[in-house]
Design a protein around this ligand. Structure first.
Ligand code: F6P
Length: 545
């Protein structure tokens, strides 16, 4: 059912009209228990959502919206392997990849768990053999470097996790990620490497992605040009894919292939064989710890009432802002250097999933869906775009993420970092009103006319909503939990907006056009088959290259 046809939608519109004039300062002043009421402690997480533009009634209505969207049934349909990705006729079973229980998970009547465990064992054996030096290079050396070649979901997840868990690295393997078809990416990576000690992991669900195959072929030529023979390819190249035939054609035999399945979506695939570079970098035990964390979050998501369910609440708050307050972007600000790639990962996860404009039945929606997701780490972000968040005309809801225990507890750094972390959500919420600004300026001995001139520039309206996720410590387990929160949030929002979060037809048009333009770039003949601008640009490029 379209969200706009639900009773809750109408009620929420009315409720918004009541709440839009209320300031968060007032809501805190009225309710001494607001923090306790609107925060959740779960495992190593404290989720504080009290600094949001909500009352208990808002939450009741939002939970009502989730019920009208049949969220419980939709969650079960996903976990049980129904083909909920209707436009690709696929199930969506990334949760089975981290099912750490003995329970079977059926897809078309067959338990998928034995196949999943088999690939995990293969990943474990391979990782241990690379680390121990049992698997050696074609010149009998131990491997020192792993290059993952992939793009989108076959790159962003593993790249973000390796960066986040650098502190847990095995230590003797350097990891590199090549994704862009711009040759600079692979050239700058290979320049530093020795072909005799480099292992290539070609990661592609389809094994047809143009960028990935181009980079993989360049890597193969580099390897062969170094003096290795074709037979040596099997020692230096492995594939992570669902496409055996294409891997074989590339020169990678089945025994060097780590398979996964049609029902694993690219942006949800880091828990599958696509996670092999993670295991190689941090060790298989740490990779399993991450799976354990995700499984705990999956269980929380599946079994906890909506009112206490972290991903569900985050999703509902997001819907509240997009559809009723009409805030069309959402920032994610981790106060942890190790999470510097987190927002980039979330962009694909969220925007490729919910950047949709028709319902599951193909009806054009009369309401907004996925917001623009963006952000970067604090405190750096404070010195770039926070000005706009505090005093600009847009309101940007934001998630603030931090860890109580630093992995690098040097001098006073962590408390300085955390002071900023707490200060920013307080500042966003409270702002600074005219009385406060006047008091401050008169204390600085400014005259009345000077104060009046400066006043509007110094005001902070506040009332900017934020979520805070304060986590004990960054570990493989808590990182797994954190990622799963966002995966489930995206799913819940898709369920409420009635879109298919698991297809990505929007990336196809550009791919098709690029394929048709490619032969024209070698052409001596003037291109006339496109619109005037595109013809002009191609012809100019051909004349100056
Ligand atoms: O860009 C679209 C997309 O299909 C993503 O969804 C996917 O993660 C990426 O391309 C890479 O695809 P593959 O793993 O098949 O190479």
């Amino acid at each position: 059912m379209l969200m706009s046809k639900t009773e809750s939608y109408e009620k929420l519109k009315n409720h918004f009209n009541f709440l839009k004039g209320v300031h968060l300062r007032e809501l805190f002043a009225e309710d001494a228990d607001r923090f306790e009421r609107f925060s959740i402690r779960w495992e190593q997480f404290l989720f504080d959502y009290s600094k949001n533009l909500i009352t208990s009634e808002s939450l009741d209505l939002l939970v009502g919206l989730a019920r009208e969207a049949n969220l419980s049934q939709k969650i079960e349909a996903q976990f049980k392997g129904e083909k909920i990705n209707i436009t690709e006729n696929r199930a969506v079973l990334h949760t089975a990849l981290r099912n750490r229980s003995d329970e079977p998970v059926y897809f078309e009547g067959v338990d998928v768990m034995p196949g999943i465990r088999k690939v995990l064992e293969q990943m474990q054996l391979f990782t241990n053999n690379i680390h121990s030096g049992k698997l050696r290079s074609y010149t009998d050396k131990t491997f020192t470097d792993v290059v993952n070649i992939g793009i989108g979901g076959s790159d962003l997840g593993p790249k973000m996790v390796c960066s986040a868990l650098k502190k847990y690295a095995y230590g003797k393997i350097n990891i590199h990620f090549v994704s862009n078809v711009d040759a600079t990416d692979i050239e700058e990576t290979l320049r530093k490497l020795n072909p005799e000690t480099t292992l290539f992991v070609i990661a592609s669900k389809t094994f047809t992605t143009w960028e990935t195959l181009t980079n993989a072929n360049t890597a193969k030529s580099w390897f062969l040009n170094s003096g290795a023979s074709k037979a040596d390819i099997a020692k230096h190249f492995v594939a992570l894919s669902t496409n055996h035939k294409a891997c074989n054609e590339f020169g990678i035999p089945n025994e060097n292939m780590f398979e996964f399945w049609d029902w694993v979506g690219g942006r949800f695939s880091l828990w599958s064989a696509i996670g092999l570079p993670i295991a190689l970098y941090i060790g298989f035990d740490n990779f399993e710890e991450m799976l354990n964390g995700v499984y705990k979050m999956d269980t929380h998501f599946r079994n906890t009432p909506f009112e206490q369910n972290i991903p569900v609440l985050m999703a509902l708050l997001g819907v509240w802002y997009v559809n009723f307050w009409e805030f069309d972007s959402h920032a994610v600000i981790p106060y942890d250097q190790y999470l510097e790639r987190f927002s980039e990962f979330l962009q694909q996860l969220d925007m490729e999933s919910n950047g949709k404009r028709v319902s599951r039945d193909g009806v054009e929606l009369d309401y907004a869906t996925g917001p623009v997701i963006w952000g970067t780490i604090g405190t750096n972000s404070q010195h770039s775009f926070f000005q706009l968040m505090h005093q600009g005309t847009a309101t940007i809801p934001a998630d603030f993420i931090a860890f109580a225990q630093s992995l690098n507890p040097t001098a006073e750094h962590h408390n300085i970092l955390m002071s900023n972390f707490f200060a920013q959500t307080e500042a966003m919420m409270m702002g600074k009103n005219a009385d406060e600004v006047k008091l401050e300026l008169s204390a600085a001995n400014l005259s009345e006319s000077e104060i009046n001139k400066l006043l509007p520039h110094k005001l902070f309206p506040g009332n900017k909503p934020t979520n805070t996720l304060l986590i004990d410590k960054l570990t493989p387990e808590t990182l797994g939990m954190l990622i799963a929160i966002y995966e489930h949030k995206v799913f819940v929002q898709g369920a409420i907006w009635d879109v298919n979060s698991y297809d990505q037809w929007g990336v196809e048009l550009g791919k098709q056009l690029a394929k048709s333009i490619y032969p024209e770039l070698d052409n001596k003949v003037k291109t006339e088959s496109h619109d005037g601008s595109t013809n002009g640009l191609i012809n100019h490029y051909n004349s100056i290259r």
